[in-house]
Design a protein around this ligand. Structure first.
Ligand SMILES: Nc1ncnc2c1ncn2[C@@H]1O[C@H](COP(=O)(O)OP(=O)(O)OP(=O)(O)O)[C@@H](O)[C@H]1O
Length: 211
């Protein structure tokens, strides 16, 4: 792969502490070990692996949300955003307010997000629901809103944790099409999917976590 490495992982390991019980001592669980690769500007990297293989942990490392217990994660000066289905919206606030807050958490000003609100609302296909509290949304509606915010904002690196499987088939096709636009841009995308077929179709390169 040619071009600039924008994030480098070197022999990275992460372990989690697992609590014991009354008579069982706590143990450490090695979730990732010896991970080395570079992410390049403009590439789309797919991550596959079975449940519990460490895919979300890897995204959280790249996002800088957690630090490795061994090895190094080097960010060469890029902005990174992680979109995960579990990522919290405030249920009491409207879709509009949550979109603004999410965009601001991705590093944009309120004005910048507000200037994209119409496109975000149209993409998410939420109509008047944008003014309703998010607690009234189905999980598919929440995911569509999260995806719409992330895809309309442009961090250097967009991390997507299984968000391409959201919504009905027509929304999935639209989400993939929007992803393909990103793929043709300077933006790098790292995405986790359980679908090998989707990874092979969309990504330039894939990493298989196998344990
Ligand atoms: N905060 C945590 N504390 C303890 N163990 C954790 C924690 N987060 C993850 N783990 C464990 O680390 C392993 C990797 O978890 P991770 O969520 O990264 O896997 P994954 O590949 O994304 O899984 P899935 O496909 O089910 O989403 C799992 O065994 C999980 O139980």
């Amino acid at each position: 792969m040619s071009g600039d490495a924008i994030i480098s992982l070197r022999d990275v390991g992460v372990r989690y502490k697992r609590r014991g019980g009354l008579f069982v001592p706590s143990r450490y669980y090695q979730a990732l070990e010896g991970i080395t690769f570079d992410l390049y500007r403009g590439e789309t990297l797919g991550i596959v692996g079975r449940n519990g293989a460490g895919k979300s942990t890897l995204l959280r490392l790249i996002a800088g949300i957690i630090q490795p217990d061994s090895g190094q994660v080097i960010n060469h000066g890029v902005t990174v955003s992680l979109l995960a289905l579990q990522a919290g919206f405030d249920g009491e606030l409207s879709g509009i307010d949550n979109a603004v807050i999410s965009g601001m958490l991705l590093g944009y000003s309120r004005y910048q997000v507000e200037s994209h609100l119409d496109e975000i609302a149209a993409f998410a296909e939420l109509g008047d629901f944008m003014e309703e509290p998010v607690k009234t949304y189905s999980s598919g509606m929440r995911s569509r809103l999260g995806f719409a915010v992330a895809i309309h904002m442009s961090p250097d690196v967009l991390l997507l944790d299984e968000v391409l499987s959201v919504g009905d088939q027509s929304f999935r096709q639209k989400a993939e099409k929007a992803m393909m636009k990103k793929i043709c841009s300077d933006q790098s995308v790292v995405f986790v999917s359980h679908s090998d077929e989707q990874i092979n179709r969309i990504s330039d390169r894939k990493i298989c976590l196998d344990r």
